[in-house]
Structure formats: C-alpha cells, structure tokens
Write a protein that binds this ligand. Structure first.
Ligand SMILES: NC(=O)c1ccc[n+]([C@@H]2O[C@H](COP(=O)([O-])OP(=O)(O)OC[C@H]3O[C@@H](n4cnc5c(N)ncnc54)[C@H](OP(=O)(O)O)[C@@H]3O)[C@@H](O)[C@H]2O)c1
Length: 398
C-alpha cells in the first residue's frame, strides 16, 4: 500500500508524541507531512529533523524566527509557517492524507474543522473542538466526504464496539446505551474535607494515564467525562439519555456498547494512548502499537461504580449544558479552560473549578449556535465571564 502522509497538530504534546512513537514503528506505512506546536520550538525542530517533516508550524507567529533557527541548527529542511493560517494550510495540503488533531482546548477548533472541510481523514483527540462545535463538525465532514475517527480512548473504544456498518442510527443498530468508563481520577476516594487543598502537582498525577496537564486536571474533576459525554453525542448521534458513565478505577475497560438483546460489547486494553492512536491511524487495518499486552490472570478484579455527582459536579454540569444546547457547551468549555489554567497557576482552589463553571453558565444568556462565528463569540463570552469570576474568587480566597 502507498505510504500515508500524516500531519500532526500538536505534535509536541502527550498525544502528539505518542502518535510519533507509533509512526516510527511503521516507516513504510506512514510519513510525516507537517508537525505543529505552540511554543515548544526546540522539541518541534527536533521532531521535524527526526521525521523529515516537510513543514513545521508554530501557532504563535512570534516564534517563527526561533523555529527557523532551531531547524537550521539541526540541519532540518522543513518549511516554516505560523499562526492559524499556517495550521490551516498544512492540514489542507494534497499530500496530507490524515490529520491527527491533538492540540489542547478550543485553540484546536479552526484547524481541526478545516481538516474536516478539506475532506481529510480526521483523527480526533482534541475533544474540546467537538464539544463546542459538534454539529458543525458532523455537517462539515458529511458534506465533504470526510471521515472522523475518534482517538479519545473511550470514543475509540465505542467506535470499535459499534457495528462496522454503523451509519449514525443507534436505534437501527439495536444499541441501547453507550457506556463511557471513567477512572474517577486521583481523588476518587479522597475525603471531602481534603479536596479544597489539592495542589496542581497532585491533580496532574493521574493513577493510570500519563497525559497533558489540562486533561489530567479535567480527569480529576470529572469535567473530562462531562466533555466526553458531549463528544459522544456528536460523534455517534446519540441522545443524552443513551450515554451513561460508570466509574472503573482500573482503566482496563475503555468503554462499552449495550445492545437491545442484553449483550454488552467492551473494548479492553492497557491504559496507553498508543492503542487508540494506532487503531485510528491504520483503521480498518490493525497494526503494532508497541504497547504492553493485557495479561488477564493479573487482573484480579475489574470494579464498576456509579459516579458521585455531589462530590464531582463537573459531570452533572456537562449533562445540563448538553440538555440546554445552544451556546451552553461552549460556555462550559471556555469557563473550564480558564478555571483549569487558574488552578494550575495557583490562583483558585481545586474545588473552585466546578463552582466557576456553574456561575459562568448561569451568567451567560442562552444563544443559538448557527455557524463558526457564533461558536467563537460564545467562547469569548465564556472566557470573559470566567475571568471576572476568577478575579472575585482570588479576592475572596486571599
Ligand atoms: N493526553 C492524553 O492521554 C489524551 C487522551 C485523550 C484525549 N486527549 C485530548 O487530546 C488533546 C491533546 O491533549 P494532550 O494531553 O496531548 O495535551 P498537551 O500534552 O498539553 O499538548 C498540547 C499540544 O497542543 C499545543 N498547543 C497548546 N496550545 C496551543 C495553541 N494555542 N495553539 C496551537 N497549539 C497549541 C501544544 O504545543 P506546545 O507543546 O508548543 O505548547 C502541544 O503540542 C486534548 O484535547 C485532550 O483532551 C488527550
């Protein structure tokens, strides 16, 4: 088969690096067209050199010259581009067959959407863009014959457990429920009284997964699972009542599909993102991912419990935002991104995160979303409201 040209948006991040790890194992199957980063110019230049990338893009135009210098120092020949235009240019290149969308947060929206618009195979890790613009993604991909393959481990598991002929009609396929598993994060059993004093270091120390800082905090608050519920709605055309969440602390069962006849089909594997990444890269083929194999006798027990929505209200807030529709998921996501950053910067407490999301949702006027500009406007509003709340929380906490 012909070698597939891959562009990775966010190659310096956790998912980006794991993607390069899988690609390195299959030099005849894949080659790198373009790699992108925000500010980690040294690593980007190193990756471009190692994978002989045709293009290197920094999302921050201020870093363009530094990137040119870093590439030159390594003898790498990649052409340098920058900004949103640079990201959009590389995803649309004819030599790009598939785009790994692994930028963190709403910052990944435009480039991921442009990949769908260009009819590329979109390997979607950047869940926030699906949360805030799911309908636009679904429409854009179908109008341009684009394929979206979920990389988020839970959605990739659902994709694997759904029938191959799945055409967006869960009822017709006999599906009753999509069951997302959640590890519960590092504070699943932490006493309530200790939650307020949790530090960024503790929150980023996930028991099973090695991930970027933002998603690690999202996992600890369960907001991540809430974002995934919204993501599942758009990826699989599911009603909110068809999407359930179950806590599974071992992170071995990555998600399940429950069918009308009582069957539940699960996808299992070690908690290693290289499995869903390899699956998405090669689908429908299966390739080596370099992951440790599951050794079933070592799994003394697989535990499942109901999520505690009182202790971790982030999940409940996401279901409410999904039910409200319109700009609510965009406000939720924007407020969460601001809150997580403020927590990582030690400006607010861990327990302030859901409070801040709820307040931002309450303050924002409900609006319909018709097009990309509406999403961008709602995103700005959500950030403004959240920043006001952060300032008043800082003041009260001082
Ligand atoms: N990590 C996981 O295991 C995992 C699992 C499932 C889903 N996901 C999802 O995958 C996405 C990436 O997560 P991650 O953990 O890999 O994040 P990460 O380690 O923080 O990496 C983020 C990447 O995005 C780039 N970036 C940051 N801000 C940007 C901006 N404003 N414009 C353009 N690029 C920007 C970063 O570049 P610099 O390095 O230059 O800052 C980096 O390459 C997230 O949406 C996350 O929810 C991650």
């Amino acid at each position: 088969m012909d070698s597939q040209g891959i562009t990775i948006l966010g190659s310096t991040g956790s998912v980006g690096r794991s993607t390069l790890d899988v690609i390195a194992q299959h030099p005849n199957r894949f080659h790198i067209v373009a790699l992108t980063a925000h500010r980690n110019i040294e690593l980007l230049a190193e990756q471009c050199h190692a994978f002989n990338a045709g293009f290197a893009v920094t999302a921050d135009p201020e870093n363009e010259r530094a990137l040119q210098t870093a590439l030159k120092e390594r003898g790498a020949n990649a052409q340098v581009l920058s900004g949103t235009e640079g990201l959009e240019e590389v995803v649309a290149l004819p030599e790009t067959n598939a785009v790994m969308a692994a930028i963190v947060g709403a910052a990944g929206l435009r480039s991921s959407l442009h990949a769908a618009r260009s009819g590329k195979r979109l390997l979607l890790a950047n869940k926030e863009s699906m949360v805030i613009a799911g309908e636009l993604f679904a429409q854009t991909a179908s109008e341009n014959n684009g394929v979206i393959i979920p990389v988020d481990s839970e959605h990739n598991a659902l994709f694997q457990a759904l029938p191959e002929r799945f055409n967006g009609d869960l009822e017709a396929c006999g599906v009753e429920q999509l069951i997302l598993t959640a590890s519960g994060g590092p504070f699943l059993d932490t006493p309530d009284a200790e939650l307020a004093d949790i530090t960024p270091e503790q929150a980023c120390d996930h028991p099973n997964w090695d991930m970027g800082r933002k998603i690690s905090v999202d996992s600890a608050t369960l907001v991540n699972k809430g974002l995934e519920v919204i993501e599942a709605k758009w990826l699989f055309n599911a009603r909110p009542d068809q999407i359930k969440v179950v806590i599974h602390p071992q992170s071995i069962v990555h998600s399940m599909v429950a069918y009308r006849d009582g069957s539940v089909i699960a996808q299992l594997g070690m908690p290693d993102m290289r499995t869903p990444i390899a699956h998405a890269l090669a689908w429908p083929a299966r390739i080596e991912a370099g992951v440790q194999r599951l050794h079933l006798p070592d799994l003394s027990r697989l535990e499942f419990r109901q999520p505690d929505l009182q202790r971790f209200p982030g999940l409940k807030l996401a279901y409410s935002a999904l039910a409200a529709g319109g700009n609510a998921p965009v406000i939720l996501n924007a407020a969460n991104e601001c809150a997580v950053q403020a927590f990582l910067d030690r400006r607010i407490r861990f327990t302030d995160i859901p409070v801040l999301i709820e307040q931002s949702l309450q303050m924002a006027a409900w609006q319909q979303i018709h097009e990309l500009d509406d999403v961008l406007e709602a995103d700005r509003t959500g950030r403004e409201l959240a920043q006001q709340e952060i300032q008043s929380m800082e003041h009260n906490n001082a």
